[in-house]
Design a protein around this ligand. Structure first.
Ligand SMILES: C[S@@+](CC[C@H](N)C(=O)[O-])C[C@H]1O[C@@H](n2cnc3c(N)ncnc32)[C@H](O)[C@@H]1O
Length: 192
């Protein structure tokens, strides 16, 4: 994602729901990154600056002022993700890019063989939801489905389970080391 934004000559990228700034750290020095999150705790732990505290559905930014908006693993927090996606569209310049990603309900099948519950923004529906705001002809979809995460011991499995709000029983059900199949998608949308 960083490579595409850099090669597209993107200037200002607004990272909505930036958390502790993982994407900002990855693009430091290559993009003009601005983080935004609603959580004071996440912002306090954010390793990259500048950041602003605001709600994704009321961005304190003028129309057409940024070149790209990223919404990485955050839209599922919202009851109505289209509200935040509409805000992203509003602040993007013409031709600017939104990148939004989501996990699949069939993510981590080794730990969750029965599947994750549906959310307001998961990989199964992400492209359709973004298309509702940007128009289907302006939307591209990249999927991933690959063995990407290795958990070497029970502590790592337990930490992963906690961070994904999985019950402790999933930890007992596997024998480490375990390789997790990650499934999800990245949706790109261009502001017409
Ligand atoms: C799972 S974290 C993802 C953080 C980061 N994007 C990443 O990929 O590491 C979701 C983030 O979205 C933020 N968030 C949730 N609802 C929000 C809202 N309405 N406005 C702004 N940020 C929000 C949370 O505070 C949290 O930092």
């Amino acid at each position: 994602m960083a490579k595409r934004l850099v090669s597209d000559g993107v200037g200002i990228v607004l990272d909505v729901g930036c958390g502790i700034g993982r994407f900002g750290a990855a693009v430091r020095g290559r993009l003009c990154w601005l983080g935004l999150d609603m959580s004071p705790r996440q912002l306090a732990d954010c390793t990259v600056k500048p950041v602003i505290r605001a709600d994704a559905v009321r961005l304190p930014i003028g129309n057409g002022r940024v070149d790209a908006v990223t919404m990485l693993w955050m839209l599922y927090h919202l009851d109505e993700p289209r509200d935040a996606i509409s805000e992203a569209r509003r602040v993007l310049r013409r031709g600017g890019l939104l990148a939004a990603c989501a996990s699949s309900r069939t993510n981590d099948p080794e730990l969750v063989p029965y599947g994750y519950p549906r959310t307001s923004f998961d990989a199964e529906e992400a492209a359709d939801i973004v298309s509702d705001v940007f128009g289907a002809s302006n939307v591209e979809l990249e999927r991933w489905d690959a063995p990407l995460v290795q958990l070497t011991d029970r502590e790592e499995v337990a930490a992963y389970a906690r961070s994904h709000l999985l019950p402790p029983t999933v930890v007992e059900a596997v024998t480490p080391p375990v390789t997790l199949t990650k499934r999800g998608c990245l949706v790109w949308a261009k502001r017409p």
